[in-house]
Design a protein around this ligand. Structure first.
Ligand code: PLZ
Length: 464
């Protein structure tokens, strides 16, 4: 339902809303102010128990979730336009995934693939090998998190090339472990005081059309980066060029067309490997199976996580068979990597993505978001652009009349949305970007309602 008046709690009767199979109404329902009393109680307990270094976006605590709705412990139903940072792409508590997980938990939860192997692991690898870009022979290995997959991509690239240097980009985000902190660009909050960091990382400028010289093409931006690599490092020392085909935490930066193909060509010519970090952009999020598919770029190695497991922790590294086979037996692994329950969830999630055409859904979501948010650009002033692909969309907030980042405006808009029961996330090197990552199964009605709240919040903050 599209609402035109300011929302007041208790105006929605949950009984009138369509419900999912789990009985949770697929509607925004606010029963208390946010955060409600039970959330506030938990927040108090948290301050005694949880390390303050771990922070949360939302002021509410979640009790259950279904589809595109998360329900807090006070019974408020929030529209989820964040998917737990691009994870529940198939939606929360999808019956197929729930059933697959239940069934697997009842059979066995763990043997360690390095001790007693099982079919689910093999099947997830088969699917990764066939779905990732390129028709060449590939093999895969499974891990627990995106950071771990990236760490292993670097291990494989160094081992396979006998070279050391990893080229990473400005605004990149690759994780919170020591090596992936080194690969991540932004100091606060990710790196400050946590060094020294792993060596062998060389950072170069990203293609960032909004902030690059006007008219700079993707090929020119690639030349700007690679010229630095050639001059400061030497092409022959580069093991791999690591890139998020659309940057996530760094601000949903979409490189200019031609940038990724130029990097790919340079890698092929100089014997370096192209590693695509598709942890956030992969698995239908951008309207293709992978963001690299848009320009037909075929990386040598691909990292995946987040959306693959529908919320169960699972990550993958997929690469050219002849590259992956350079690693000696026992060189890759880990106790929990490719956990059988997570694999069962992934198989069900991938089946759902295919049967429900969630890539097509992502493209449709992208069109709706564009239609609703494009009129905001420049009017009122303060939004420099709306950008993204498929269901990975963002607006960048700036001080009117300039490109100076405005993180305060982004934070105020995001909190206004949260107070109205719509989950949006911020990102960006300056924290001035609001990003949308809805579940790909979200209904048009819910999406429209969430966007309407966002538009109203943005207009309110930017006018004031
Ligand atoms: N590569 C492209 O987006 C995780 C991080 C949230 P993990 N992004 C969300 C936070 O503040 O910790 C991410 C990513 C890309 C790697 C990672 C790391 O994935 O599963 O969080 O380790």
């Amino acid at each position: 339902m599209v609402r035109t008046e300011p929302f007041t709690p208790s105006t929605i009767e949950p009984g009138t809303a369509p419900t999912g199979p789990g009985g949770i109404p697929q509607r925004r329902v606010l029963r208390t102010e946010l955060p409600g009393p039970r959330s506030r109680e938990l927040a108090k307990r948290r301050t005694q128990a949880v390390a303050p270094g771990v922070s949360s976006t939302l002021p509410v605590y979640i009790g259950s979730a279904e589809g595109a709705i998360v329900v807090d412990v006070d019974g408020n139903c929030l529209i989820d336009l964040g998917s737990g940072i691009a994870v529940t792409s198939v939606g929360h508590a999808v019956p197929e995934v729930v059933e697959a997980v239940r069934e697997q938990v009842g059979r066995f939860t763990h043997t360690c693939f390095m001790v007693g192997p099982y079919e689910g692991y093999v099947e997830v690898c088969e699917r990764l090998n066939s779905l990732t870009p390129g028709t060449h022979a590939k093999t895969s290995a499974l891990f627990n998190s995106g950071a771990e997959a990236v760490e292993n991509a670097v291990k494989v690239a160094r081992r396979a090339t006998g070279r050391e240097v990893v080229v990473a980009f400005d605004h990149a985000y690759h994780g919170r472990t020591n090596l992936t902190m080194a690969l991540t660009a932004k100091n606060l909050p990710y790196k400050d005081g946590f060094g020294p960091f792993a060596g062998g990382v060389h950072r170069v400028p990203m293609s960032y059309p909004l902030r690059d010289p006007e008219g700079m093409t993707g090929a020119e931006a690639a030349r700007r980066a690679l010229e630095l690599v050639e001059r400061q490092v030497g092409a022959a020392r580069v093991a791999c060029v690591l890139i998020e085909p659309i940057q996530g935490e760094g601000g949903f930066v979409v490189p200019a067309p031609g940038f990724l193909p130029a990097l790919s060509q340079w890698c092929a010519e100089s014997g370096a490997l192209l590693v695509a970090d598709e942890v956030q952009s992969g698995f239908c999020r951008t309207g293709d199976w992978f963001a690299c598919d848009d320009e037909g770029v075929v990386p040598d190695l691909v990292t995946t996580a987040k959306g693959i497991g529908a919320g169960m922790p699972l990550a993958g590294l997929t690469g050219r068979a002849e590259v992956m086979e350079k690693v000696h037996a026992g060189g890759l692994g880990g106790t929990f990597g490719g956990n059988p329950v997570a694999c069962a969830a992934a198989i069900a999630a991938i089946d759902t993505m295919r049967s429900s055409d969630l890539a097509g859904a992502a493209r449709r979501i992208g069109r709706v978001i564009g239609e609703r948010l494009d009129p905001l650009v420049g009017e009122p002033p303060g939004i420099a652009e709306r950008r993204g692909r498929g269901a990975m969309q963002a607006i960048e907030l700036v001080v009117p009349g300039s490109l100076e980042p405005d993180p305060k405006a982004a934070a105020r808009i995001a909190s206004a949305c949260h107070a109205e029961g719509v989950v949006v996330l911020t990102c960006g090197s300056w924290g001035n970007v609001i990003r949308l990552l809805p579940p790909l199964s979200i209904s048009d009605e819910l999406l429209e309602e969430g966007l309407e709240v966002l538009v109203r919040a943005a207009r309110g903050v930017l006018a004031g």
